[in-house]
Write a protein that binds this ligand. Structure first.
Ligand code: ZN
Length: 500
């Protein structure tokens, strides 16, 4: 079977070249494309998307994949790597095969246009501009779910794309449990003696030169472990990471001249994603063994760096003196303790990407409940602003003043990403589980962090997570590392210890 497996690998790598090129076009679309290129770029992306899809569906034209799948089923293939490669490819193939090429193309063209419309609607604070596009996207996603097939909810077919093995029901159990904990917890933090959220005389406001911020943030990324010879850092409205190959991983961050925390949080977050992409085994490029496990696992890497490590006392013991030297005003006058309290302030806010690590999950739970409702046909697109605002009032106690600060704030739905949001919270939960496991194996981890030494952490992450590609499912990987599947216990314990 060895030669057949090699032929399959060759075919997958050919598709991967297309997908990498597609990702590069999308990267450029977000960071450097001229305004008028929007339509032609949409067409290029749609064309390449359907081409990649066609190649994927063609994988089995001579029944090569079917033969390999049968060999796995009849236990003729024993290598766990070969088995994982074949079964994962089979699963994707089965899914792609069920989606008509016309739907793939229609979706790619629609979402590419909807992106600009969404941006304009957000700018003008006019949901009605975006509404017809969103309605069309929801209807195409329902069609896609139907084509893929599902047992209980059409949302199952969509969430499985991003978090393989997850269902709407399981997600609602995990997130429902988290919601029940968080709503009273946010109130408890307000009253906590630790007063981590209380005013310390430092409000974090000042003017921060953008170029100086850029240099500081790039220093952080590199010091943590980002390989600048195999990656690049740029600026975009919504920070994101794209891995075209482990040797070409790009991420963006964003700078505000009146807010330093924003860029630092985004930079450390995206660095976590980028380290995962750079840590994937290059020798398996293009095959499932060279891909990340799931978005939830991906997000665990960014969240762990951003929050568990990047908002810890130890981390800033090392970096704060450097920050003070870089921005004498205002930090010369601010003690580390004051800085940390501001950095870890818990306060319900309107914008997901600006929220703290506690309330963040409520933003996600709101989106999950709404998008599941949309896909299941229980919520109408026209009611989105109303329902959004009600949930923000009920869960976070805040009034949404306008759709730009409400349901128009995120890019995801305009890109057709339904079933994606929950993976952000899964990331927080996995991060807490993995952080504990890593701490057990590296007892002096906190000391190392306070000395600015991250090599051991990176080696651990690479060995236990990055280097496996998709050899293990998210569930198995989680069990292998932390002894448990995804749940909120470790995360709740982490928050309780830190904030109460
Ligand atoms: Zn992320």
């Amino acid at each position: 079977m060895k030669s057949e497996i090699n032929i399959l690998k060759e075919r997958l790598v050919e598709i991967a070249h297309l997908v990498s090129t597609l990702a590069l076009l999308e990267w450029d679309q977000q960071i450097g494309m001229p305004e008028k290129a929007s339509d032609s770029r949409a067409k290029s992306i749609a064309h390449l998307s359907s081409l990649a899809h066609r190649h994927y569906v063609n994988l089995d034209h001579d029944l090569l994949l079917t033969k390999l799948k049968e060999a796995v089923d009849s236990k003729k293939i024993s290598s766990s790597k070969d088995k994982a490669l074949i079964l994962e490819t089979w699963k994707n193939y089965e899914r792609e095969k069920k989606i008509p090429e016309s739907l793939v193309k229609e979706m790619a063209e629609l979402t590419s246009r909807a992106h600009s419309v969404w941006a304009e609607a957000r700018k003008q604070n006019k949901f009605s501009l975006f509404e017809p596009y969103l309605a069309k996207i929801v209807s195409l996603k329902q069609k896609q779910a139907k084509a893929i097939g599902y047992k209980n909810s059409p949302y199952d077919a969509l969430i499985d794309i991003y978090e393989p093995g997850m269902t709407a029901h399981e997600a609602s159990l995990i997130l429902g449990d988290l919601k029940e904990f968080l709503i009273p917890f946010i109130q408890q933090v307000k009253l906590s003696k630790k007063k981590i959220q209380s005013s310390t005389g430092f409000d974090g406001k000042s003017k921060f030169d953008l170029e100086t911020q850029r240099l500081f943030n790039e220093m952080l990324a590199e010091h943590i472990g980002f390989d600048t010879k195999a990656g690049k850092i740029a600026v975009s409205t919504h920070p994101f990471t794209s891995g075209f190959h482990p040797h070409d991983v790009r991420f963006t961050t964003r700078y505000k001249d009146n807010d330093l925390f924003h860029a630092i949080g985004s930079t450390i977050h995206e660095t976590g994603h980028a380290l995962y992409e750079q840590g994937l085994p290059a020798e398996h490029f293009g095959t499932p063994l060279g891909e990340s496990v799931s978005l939830g696992i991906h997000e665990s890497q960014s969240r762990m760096w951003e929050n568990n490590i990047g908002k810890s006392v130890e981390f800033w013991k090392y970096f704060y003196p450097k920050l003070q030297k870089t921005f004498l005003v205002p930090f010369k006058q601010v003690k580390l303790d004051q800085f940390l309290k501001k950095l870890n302030e818990v306060k319900p806010t309107l914008i997901r990407t600006e929220s703290d690590e506690v309330t963040y999950n409520i933003h996600i739970i709101i989106r999950f409940e709404i998008e599941r409702g949309l896909i299941e046909g229980k919520i109408k697109v026209k009611d989105l602003p109303k329902i959004w605002n009600e949930k923000y009032k009920t869960y976070l106690g805040i009034t949404v003043p306008s759709d730009s600060f409400g349901c128009l704030q995120d890019v995801h739905w305009s890109s057709g990403l339904f079933g994606y949001f929950p993976t952000y919270s899964f990331g927080n939960l996995y991060a807490a589980q993995f952080y504990n496991a890593m701490h057990k194996e590296i007892p002096k981890m906190r000391l190392l962090i306070s000395q600015g030494k991250f090599t051991e952490i990176n080696i651990w992450l690479r060995k236990n997570i990055h280097s496996h590609g998709k050899l293990f499912s998210a569930k198995d990987l989680s069990k292998k590392i932390s002894g448990e599947t995804l749940g909120s216990a470790a995360f709740k314990a982490y928050l309780t210890e830190k904030y109460l």
